[in-house]
Ligand binder design. Sequence first.
Ligand code: 13P
Length: 246
Amino acid sequence: MRRPIIAGNWKMHKDAKETTALIEALTPLVKDAKAEVVFCPTYVNLKDAVTQAEGTNIGIGAQNMHYETQGAFTGEVSGEMLKAIGVQYVVIGHSERREYYNETDEAVNLKAIKALSLGLTPIVCCGETLEEREAGNAQSKVVGQIKAGLKDIDDIEKVVVAYEPIWAIGTGKTASKEEADEACGWVRQTIQDMYGKDAADVVRVQYGGSVKPANIAELMAMDNIDGALVGGASLTEDFAKVVVYD
Ligand code: 13P
């Protein structure tokens, strides 16, 4: 049985006070969640978030990391630095990072390997553009991202994958539950082809893209969907209605 995992990606939202206030407000509302619960605030608020979430069922994740331990990489943060302040998860290869910061599948792979070596749970993102979907290339895009991004991984069962079609992110246009399930199935099949069925059976695959209280239950009912990576709908107390969806 795969335990569902629901993560809020707060992107570049919320200052220090707003971050701890939202965690404080959500803590009692999500305390009985069956799913694993993760909040991903900005780097500068991670330490406060970890402190605020101590003793709760909320895990804290970063939105990115560098694959080197240290060095002349201005503006970057290493996995070791995240680990040292109690961060447990890290989002890797989000489509916004791929688009605006030229993040490649090769970098995603290095980051995933590094995160796992540190005991951080990587949430590795994949997903196609609208043009790719309309041209019938969604599957090849996703399979290619998984093959390159998740190659040579020792403990694949600890990886979480988030399938986020770019056309559904922040647009209010959710993939249908069938489309989302099919694509999460492509991810699982690719992992099976790379690492075997036992591994594929335990890797959790999230759907992301305009997930909200109104659609979470039908998405979670699908065979291949083990959770959600949530942007906009994770920024208010209403996120509790996504986390506690049943
Ligand atoms: P939205 O939920 O705002 O569509 O964002 C999805 C996302 O990018 C989460 O990482």
